[in-house]
Design a protein around this ligand. Structure first.
Ligand code: GLY
Length: 417
């Protein structure tokens, strides 16, 4: 099977590594990829949002399967164009991708499906902002109702900070979503979805704030671990049965079935799981940890989803133990990151590339905010953490920063539901 992966982040590097372990995958290509993906796949300089460019590349490679990693091409309908051109494609069409592309659409689907989520209001008129803010908070949750890769969400007890984020969104013409704050530890549950067939992967937990002990602004994700020692299996089953399956069924009912990876982000509160958000693709960086423990062939799972045969896939098998991924970020991330810094020591096993490129002199340099994801796998969370942080010690990137507490609260038994 010749597989083309679309995207350039740590998630895509992890997908490529998983695919490279599947004996049925004979060729691996990625567009555009990064400095790390070049060592296991052929990188192609194609813009991920150019449907024509992606289809032309898929034709040139005679791809058997195209896997779309990021949300932007999905929301823009690149999967629709690929399917119309006859390619088996992993990733939803534009309409189903609205589950991530429009928070208001997601709320509507959840209401129809009877899925518990935060109370919310959309504000699209600056004159109505203050009155709306008065109906929420503290704590305020302010979301940009557009694609913002996690950075469009501000969660704060400071009304002025909430107001300023909402006003910025409105100024650039994006409506904002105000939400009641959901208390409780967060879970990311990724599910392969083909119409009404839902196959969950193992649950993970992301660390969204930039600093240790969940301090500082939100980011796209600074690290993750899996599985979750504090989450009983029954709760995972409850999420599948009461959240993901009803949403998948509602999308089928609307005539826009979901095909690909449906990511449920939840808070586990006193009354059970509530949805914080849905995404229409694998999460980053949780995917890097989750796929590290997948024993079953990844290409076959993605291909079954893409070809509408997920119901026939044998049950997924997982390694025992734990995996931890720690993001190494560029100076000033999640603000405008400094790029172009030389990276050394980032070639070994378990170092996944995200914002990296090769410069004119052939050196590997930083090219984005989240530069690397460093993986640790072990018999338990303690071992996995130790391996990840040992590997980080060998990497040099001027000005970089990373959290030192990924998975630590779970390891210390500080998370309970
Ligand atoms: N880990 C957060 C995201 O992928 O959006």
């Amino acid at each position: 099977m010749r597989v083309l992966v679309i995207g350039s982040g740590g998630r895509e590097h992890a997908l490529l590594i998983g695919l490279s372990r599947d004996p049925s995958v004979t060729e691996l290509h990625v567009a555009p990829g990064n400095a790390g993906t070049a060592s296991i796949a052929t990188n192609h300089a194609v813009d991920v949002v150019s449907a024509d460019g992606v289809v032309a590349l898929a034709r040139q490679l005679d791809a058997d399967l195209v896997v779309i990693g990021p949300e932007v091409p999905l929301v823009l309908g690149v999967a629709d164009v690929l399917r119309d051109a006859g390619f088996a494609t992993f990733g939803p069409g534009a309409q189903a991708a609205q589950i991530e592309g429009s928070k208001a659409f997601a709320k509507d689907v959840m209401a129809a499906a009877g899925v518990r989520t935060a109370h919310s209001e959309v504000v699209d008129n600056p004159a109505k902002l203050d009155a709306a803010l008065d109906r929420f908070g503290p704590t305020w949750v302010v979301k940009d109702d557009g694609l913002a890769a996690g950075k469009g969400v501000v969660v704060t007890t400071d009304r002025a900070a909430a107001r300023s984020h909402a006003a910025e969104c409105l100024e650039i013409g994006h409506p904002v979503l105000l939400e009641s704050f959901l208390d409780g530890p967060e879970v990311s549950l990724f599910c392969l979805v083909d119409g009404e067939t839902v196959v969950p992967l193992i649950p993970a937990q992301d660390h969204k704030r930039v600093g240790d002990n969940d301090t500082g602004p939100n980011t796209g994700g600074m690290g993750a671990y899996t599985p979750l020692p504090w989450l009983p299996d029954e709760v995972t089953s409850q999420i599948v049965d009461d959240v993901v399956k009803p949403v998948a069924a509602e999308l089928v009912r609307r005539g826009t079935p979901f095909s690909g990876l449906l990511y449920a982000g939840l808070a586990i509160g006193k009354d059970g799981p509530s949805v914080v958000e849905f995404n229409c693709r694998f999460g980053d960086p949780e995917t890097q940890a989750v796929l590290a423990l997948l024993k079953s062939p990844l290409g076959q799972a993605l291909n079954a989803t893409a070809t509408g045969t997920l119901a026939d896939l044998p049950p997924l098998e997982w390694e025992d133990g734990a995996a931890v991924i720690v993001v190494v970020a560029a100076e000033n991330y999640p603000g405008k990151p400094r790029t172009g810094d030389a990276i050394t020591g980032a070639t070994g096993e378990g170092v996944l590339h995200a914002g990296t490129a090769v410069d004119a002199s052939g050196a590997v340099v930083s090219s984005g905010g989240r530069v690397l994801g460093v993986l640790g796998v072990g018999a338990d969370l303690a071992e996995a953490r130790a391996q990840a942080y040992e590997r980080i010690d060998a990497i040099k990137l001027p000005g970089s920063h990373h959290r030192t507490d990924i998975g630590k609260a779970a390891l210390d038994g500080e998370i309970s539901i």
